[in-house]
Write a protein that binds this ligand. Structure first.
Ligand SMILES: Cc1cc2nc3c(=O)[nH]c(=O)nc-3n(C[C@H](O)[C@H](O)[C@H](O)COP(=O)(O)OP(=O)(O)OC[C@H]3O[C@@H](n4cnc5c(N)ncnc54)[C@H](O)[C@@H]3O)c2cc1C
Length: 498
């Protein structure tokens, strides 16, 4: 079964002037995630998208564990697991032999794997459905933002223009962000001088469901190749082409077929999608301009090596939405929103650093870098010390600068197998072992609410009897307490809302 690209009806203006508390510009992966998250916090939003469909063609495919946990909290986790291709292992080949392999989730006892491969359009289509089901998201297709003044938006539709007065704007309008450009906000970083060809092919192939990366393989000498399995018997092959490649000539289907055939030998295949990409690593200086917040590719961009773009953007939404909800409910001062910048800028920098290092290894910039890379690859086949230096992409990991994301663990609920993260919810909660301290916060107690039958929950949180942790609404651990008292927990909770 192939994906059938949906076409959504354009929304006509309802009035020449309208007002809405929260307007999300861009109904892509990140904007839709933010809308669903806000809805689950009880906040309505208007989402404006200039297009009439979800992501077209081959873009994000690798959804990381942390993103899957966020989608689990938002009620979509099972869909990702059912449809997506689960993988934990990556293999790196140099010329005709394996140089290195890695397992990104070597331990058991987590609901979600290290990664699920899934075409971005599936994720977005499910988000559209989930947003609609909340009844809280006013999703307006073919509503292009054509102007911004403060938080007053000019919107163009096929049936005419209107003005939307927002209290808050979430700019999720992608790498070429109209909002960022119109507000003349700097977006600085590095352009990489290399080109990559994406060939998505449909085939029945015996390769295991692992990430395979080749440096200088016999079928594509001097360059790199990446292979990933996706649902619907589709495989993503990325061929490095070099900066001098002619992008138009390289998209010629006959030429692409020849490249793929050289790799696959006799395996029959059909070409599903062909595109060429180049990339940059850059970010805005601040992700907030007054009452306008920037999320996802609008705020930061990375190379695809490491799958940090979409995954990073989903974590932006995860970070901002509960804070906006707390401020709008009057539970926190507006200054809490400054912590979005303080927390997500270092996260973006970590993604940019890792993505840049991978790209520098894959595309060495000078003779010395190339000699280093080739030596590392040669040594890695024989010597363990060289293997961690091989860099074909350091894959997306959650940022831990504002507390570790709460680890999952298998538990029993009323005797039936369950997962701990499902019980932490979307508000602050106190996870404790033994008696829960008396606070107004939701309590999840190992031993009474859920049974920690394997002991993994206590071990992963280092909870001795009487200990507790305070978990934020985005399921990051905010504070830990030994032999805790309720006053300490209340103080930590208050500190999180400042
Ligand atoms: C080849 C490739 C492979 C990738 N692989 C991965 C991967 O494996 N994992 C991963 O996590 N990431 C990956 N990414 C990155 C990922 O695709 C992006 O990070 C992600 O799409 C960003 O989502 P977004 O919502 O911020 O922006 P977008 O997806 O670009 O969405 C922006 C939305 O805003 C709308 N819009 C734009 N301007 C306006 C306007 N003026 N008015 C109204 N609407 C507007 C657009 O129509 C669009 O719907 C990959 C990217 C590429 C190119």
């Amino acid at each position: 079964m192939s994906f059938i690209q949906p076409r959504y009806a354009a929304a006509a203006p309802r009035a020449a002037e309208e007002a809405a508390p929260i307007v999300i510009v861009g109904g892509g992966l990140v904007g839709l995630t933010a809308a669903l998250d806000l809805a689950q916090h009880g906040l309505r939003s208007v989402v404006l998208d200039d297009d009439d469909t979800v992501s077209v063609g081959s873009r994000a495919i690798c959804f990381a564990k942390r993103t899957l946990e966020i989608y689990g909290r938002l009620g979509l986790g099972a869909r990702f697991l059912d449809k997506g291709i689960t993988w934990n292992t990556g293999r790196v080949f140099h010329r005709d032999r394996e140089a290195y392999s890695f397992n990104l989730l070597p331990e058991e006892g987590h609901e979600y794997p290290a990664f699920v491969n899934l075409q971005q359009y599936y994720a977005e289509a499910w988000l559209v459905e989930a947003c609609a089901a909340t009844g809280m998201v006013d999703l307006r297709w073919r509503n292009a933002v054509t102007g911004i003044d403060g938080t007053r938006l000019s919107v163009g539709t096929p049936a005419g223009d209107y003005t939307l007065h927002a209290d808050w704007v979430l700019a999720c309008d992608g790498a070429r962000s109209f909002i960022r450009n119109t507000l003349n906000l700097p977006f600085e970083g590095q352009v990489f001088r290399d080109r990559f060809l994406i060939a998505d092919v449909r085939m029945q192939a015996p390769f295991p469901t692992e990430r395979w990366f080749w440096f200088d393989p016999p079928f594509h000498p001097g360059q790199s190749v990446l292979l990933h399995k996706q649902p619907d018997d589709i495989w993503r092959i990325d061929f490095q082409l070099g900066w001098d490649a002619d992008p138009e000539a390289e998209k010629d289907p006959a030429r692409v077929r020849a490249r793929v055939a050289a790799m696959l030998g006799d395996t029959p295949f059909e070409l599903e999608w062909v595109s060429i990409y180049t990339f940059r690593c850059r970010r805005m200086q601040s992700f907030r301009a007054g009452r306008v917040f920037f999320l996802g590719d609008a705020a930061h961009q990375v190379s695809p090596f490491g799958a940090r773009g979409g995954n990073g953007g989903v974590q932006d939404a995860d970070n901002l939405c509960w804070k906006l909800a707390a401020v709008l409910r009057g539970q926190a001062p507006e200054s809490l929103l400054d912590s979005y910048d303080a927390e997500r800028i270092p996260a973006a920098d970590e993604n940019i650093l890792n993505s840049t290092r991978s790209t520098d290894f894959i595309t060495p910039k000078n003779d010395a870098a190339r000699a280093y890379r080739d030596a590392v690859l040669e040594l890695s086949a024989q010597h363990a010390f060289a293997r961690p230096l091989v860099n074909s992409g350091r894959l997306s990991r959650p940022f831990i600068g504002y507390g570790l994301p709460a680890p999952d663990a298998p538990v029993l609920r009323d005797g039936a197998p369950d997962w701990l993260l499902r019980h932490l919810g979307r508000d602050f909660c106190v996870l404790s072992r033994g008696d829960a301290p008396a606070t107004p916060l939701r309590a999840v107690t190992l031993g009474s609410d859920v049974e920690d039958h394997s002991g993994l929950a206590a071990a992963r949180y280092d909870l001795a009897p009487g200990d507790a942790v305070l978990v934020r609404p985005d399921q990051h651990i905010a504070a830990r307490f030994r032999a805790t008292d309720a006053a300490a927990i209340r103080a930590a909770h208050e500190a999180c809302l400042r």
